[in-house]
Design a protein. Structure first.
Length: 117
């Protein structure tokens, strides 16, 4: 993973950051995420922490997209304190290796954009 300069977000990327923030706030989870598939559909999720199932927010959002038939990810966003772990980013990269992962804080401010090295 590598970071890059954080240029202003376009409207579609700002939308997935907002969806990720909303998912996190609605559930009180440590993370919220959203992805936009290559057809323009969006999927949002929060981290899942059950005794028998643990998913990061990015993993849950990717799982929602895949289970709905998405064949690729155009962009992903995650809202959390810190940086996403490698397994979270790998879930996005499994579907589309070149998809950027926008990392934002709880206020929705972009901290970094992870792009493939």
């Amino acid at each position: 993973m590598s970071g890059s300069e954080t240029p202003p977000l376009g409207a579609e990327d700002a939308k997935i950051v907002t969806l990720a923030r909303s998912s996190r706030a609605r559930t009180g989870a440590a993370e919220g995420a959203a992805v936009r598939d290559t057809d323009g559909r969006t999927y949002a999720a929060a981290a899942v922490d059950l005794p028998s199932l643990r998913l990061t927010a990015l993993q849950a959002a990717v799982a929602a997209a895949v289970s709905s038939g998405a064949e690729g990810i155009e962009a992903a966003a995650v809202v959390l304190d810190g940086e996403p772990d490698e397994a979270s980013v790998a879930a996005v990269r499994d579907l589309t290796a070149s998809a950027p992962v926008i990392v934002a804080n709880a206020k929705g401010e972009v901290v970094s954009v992870l792009v493939p090295a």
